[in-house]
Design a protein around this ligand. Structure first.
Ligand SMILES: [Cu+2]
Length: 58
């Protein structure tokens, strides 16, 4: 499970607003199960320049 190992909080927000974590402090984790294949773009709600993409294979 991914964990925030930074010394500042971050939070995970889907670009299409379909999921959103709470603010994750150091050591916090956030897990989500995807049931549909596709690409899911996300960013950090506190630092929007931090972006990523999850690819779920069929
Ligand atoms: Cu952040």
């Amino acid at each position: 499970m991914p964990e925030n190992d930074d010394d500042i909080p971050h939070l995970v927000v889907a670009s299409d607003a379909s999921f959103r974590s709470k603010a994750l402090d150091t050591g916090d984790t956030y897990a989500l199960t995807f049931t549909k294949a596709g690409e899911y773009a996300y960013y950090c709600g506190l630092h929007p320049h931090m972006q990523g993409k999850i690819t779920v294979a069929p």
